[in-house]
Design a protein around this ligand. Sequence first.
Ligand code: PLP
Ligand code: ZN
Length: 554
Amino acid sequence: MEYPRIQCVRCGYQERFYRALEQCPRCGGDWLDVIYDYGRVAQVWREELPRRANTMWRYRELLPLRDDANRISLGEGGTPLLRATNLSLMLGTPHLYIKDERQGPTGSFKDRQASLAISVMKELGVTEAVLASTGNVAISYAAYSARAGIKIWAFLTSLVPAEKMREVAIYGAQVIKVTGTYDQTKRIAADFARRRGLYLDRGIRSIAARESMKTVAFEIAEQLAAYLGPSSPSVPWRAPDWYVQAVSGGLGPVGVWKGFEELYRMGLIDRMPRLACIQAEGCAPMVLSFERGLDKAEPILNPRTRIITVATGDPGPAYTFLARVIREHGGAFEMASDEEAFRAIHVLAKLEGLSMEPAAALAFAGLFKLLSKGVIRRDEVVVVNCSGHTFPVEKHLLGEDWFQTIEATRAPAPEEGLLGSLESLGRHAQRIAILEDDPGARRLLRRILQARGHYQIFEAENGRQGLELIRRERPDAILLDLMMPELDGFGVLEALQEDEDLRTIPVIVITAKELTPDERARLSGHIQALLQKGDFTDEELLREISERAGEEIQ
Ligand SMILES: *Cc1c(COP(=O)(O)O)cnc(C)c1O
Ligand SMILES: [Zn+2]
């Protein structure tokens, strides 16, 4: 048999892959799959992959384009898999990784889709195409189509932020704003394409779109092996325990799942991950349908979320597919509120240096929930798709006092005034002592305080040093670890109790230790709060400090 082949999922019809068919010629089904000669591809990859360039096209044998001359590339794929070091410490999840899809050519994982889909359009001789989008697909297709010489008609719901619309337009695509939901926009776009006889991008129903997303799985498995070693001596790559993604239409997880299946067939990984699909509370048709045990998604007619990127009310066949996978293999549908996603933006920016749009942050908000429910265990290997787009930070995310002003031209003595202003920057800060022997934990606490307020921070790495520090600096509050060399946290507390002046300083104990009843008794009455390492959020810590040590003075 010759490969690749195209196969109808509904009736099983097969033919040799010649071009990306849209419908099954036998039954009219519109979900067609491509199957490849996996034995041969595995052989080629084992030999050649290490020498290939780091873009998604290194997996060329499993991407359905006939002629490489039609390839439209901007260097998509090959995005880094980052270890989430500070976040891991905060959550108590040592194996947390972030697939940083913001680093694609237009800043989202849609670049993989656009590269293959536009290449396929070029192969088919398409010169004008119509699509509907919640923003990022339009941006990416507009960029790739510019290189391919294809005109794009981009139908966007009017809720898409203006910055994104302008980005679509700058590439020369025709933007059409539709006042309505995304699902309505999709219908209008399809109608327009039919009337004009133009090629319509079929989203999740398009072979190219789904096949492109496999490359996320290929990269994750290859990159995880670089961190954690091969699965076994004969299985070179590694699957995570969980793949977590914010989901709208569901293209990402559907494609990623097929990618892992292919790796499994080829003997490159030895098991399948579980999928966690995260939706916005105001538009969570998959989560709600799964809870009710449905095979077909019940659409949400009026999405109520400000996170427009994920406002697909009717996920169609993607839900049916994902619900089956999650029922058979484990996994989860979860939702988080807009506010939880906005909060996750702050956490990821301030702890990991990653600024992202709310849709990408939604995946992290969902992860936090699944961890606290115990659905994802803290020792499991978790990869979160940071699906993308560094985005001009929206005003409401920062609040009022995110900058300080210096008046450089103030009369009468400008120099003095300026110096005075510089002096007063960061004054009136609360003074916090951190007594903690683990440098990672110290870094996390320092980072949380640095990023969110006016704190002056003092650090000591054992109890004896800490006590000297406290006597010298008289901090407003103490963050105290219990297990420390030289003098442990209990010893520090006893010494503080004996000192008239130090007795009243609020102490927040932060410990990894399971306390015995006896130890609890020793702490009681002498500390203001107890936080468990790996099980508190930055917000909780800051709340404890401001409640215990009085309000911050700005
Ligand atoms: C497209 C997109 C999603 C949703 O992806 P699907 O797999 O199509 O559901 C989430 N986040 C960002 C940033 C996106 O661009
Ligand atoms: Zn068929």
